[in-house]
Design a binder for this molecule. Structure first.
Ligand SMILES: NC(=O)c1ccc[n+]([C@@H]2O[C@H](COP(=O)([O-])OP(=O)(O)OC[C@H]3O[C@@H](n4cnc5c(N)ncnc54)[C@H](O)[C@@H]3O)[C@@H](O)[C@H]2O)c1
Length: 326
């Protein structure tokens, strides 16, 4: 694989976010000429960027992808684009109008600008949400998206299809990556499943019994953010185009197992208490078939849940110490 990144100019939307900041850290090891980050900091942070914000190749633009002029200034001259800026699933549900502007309208503008300025390849952050509750487990990329019930998932399906049609009509190369349940240091602490990890870590810290809502059998495919970042870099380096790939760990972990692992890595002897489920989870199971990404991109997850949860616990407890010092 030749190094396309060296001396190239890369534009990353949402680069101050959780996953984007890890992607940038890995990209920098390949010596790009410049990385332009556009982020409005509704979720991203300077803290996420602390390992690279003073790097000479980094250019940070604080702005909104909905601003077409700013967007064009960032796309112009770029060789490659990572499109990672998005609203969270709950934010899209809370404001479909804003969801439309960010997830659809701005993505549409971006695709047009990529064609206009002859961008060589776009890596689009998609999601396992496109499947809703999938038809098969492990879920291959060929499972259909008709079980998705969310605006967010629908917008990502459309984004994938937009890039597909632009490849067909204009030859714009792209890859869509469908991330499963991403976790790791800097993750959002009030997300749908991440919130539960954080609540359990609080119980570990306070030596309290952690609660499981429901019977603990809902499962997910947890993938460490560093593995996700590596998948992004592999997608750029490879010559593959016009494909969507699952990015997961191919390990199904239910809530009870996740809690057991979290307690184990923290040497906690607490036992869970079970409480009645307070909401219905329409997606009770997730497990990625990652054989396609393995075959075509050389993707192979490297961080086990046990290792990952150990690192996550260290990060969280350190962050708490720092916050209490202030
Ligand atoms: N974290 C996950 O588990 C997960 C799973 C599947 C897909 N994804 C997708 O991966 C991508 C990155 O996710 P993340 O977890 O890093 O989320 P994140 O919220 O941490 O990162 C998104 C970034 O985009 C920025 N942003 C949002 N709206 C913007 C706008 N209008 N203009 C400019 N910047 C804007 C935010 O400030 C944030 O820094 C997103 O596209 C997300 O949909 C994430």
């Amino acid at each position: 694989m030749d190094n396309k990144i060296k001396n190239s100019i890369i534009f990353v939307t949402g680069g101050a976010g959780f996953i984007g900041s890890y992607v940038i850290e890995e990209l920098l090891t390949h010596e790009p000429k410049k990385i332009v980050i556009l982020d409005n900091f509704i979720r991203g942070s300077h803290e996420n960027m602390k390992n690279f914000k003073d790097h000479p190749a980094i250019k940070l633009v604080e702005g909104d992808i909905r601003n077409s002029e700013v967007l064009e200034q960032c796309v112009e001259g770029s060789d490659f684009v990572f499109h990672m800026a998005a609203l969270r699933i709950n934010a899209c549900a809370a404001s479909p109008q804003e969801g439309f502007e960010v997830m659809l309208q701005a993505t549409f503008n971006l695709a047009n600008l990529c064609v206009k300025h002859k961008v060589k390849k776009v890596i689009y952050s998609s999601t396992a949400s496109v499947y809703g509750l999938a038809q098969h487990f492990p879920t291959p990329e060929t499972d259909n998206p008709y079980n998705n019930q969310t605006f967010y998932g629908g917008a990502k399906v459309w984004g994938e299809q937009l890039f597909r049609s632009y490849k067909f009509m204009y030859g714009l190369d792209y890859i869509a990556l469908r991330y499963f349940n991403v976790y790791g240091p800097n993750m959002d602490t009030d997300g749908k499943y991440t919130e539960v990890m954080i609540k359990w870590l609080d119980c570990v810290r306070d030596n309290k019994q952690p609660a499981i809502f429901g019977d603990g059998t809902d499962s997910m495919d947890f993938v460490h953010v560093k593995d996700v970042a590596h998948a992004n870099v592999l997608a750029l380096l490879s010559d593959v185009s016009d494909e969507a790939f699952n990015v997961g760990d191919r390990v199904e972990t239910n809530l009870k197992q996740m809690l057991d692992t979290l307690l184990h890595v923290n040497h906690s002897k607490q036992e869970p208490i079970y409480k009645e489920a307070n909401s219905i989870n329409p997606v009770s199971r997730r497990l990625a078939d990652i054989s396609k990404a393995g075959k075509l991109l050389g993707y192979k997850p490297t961080i086990s849940l046990e290792q990952g949860l150990k690192g996550l616990s260290e990060w969280y407890f350190e962050k708490q110490k720092q916050t209490h010092k202030i």
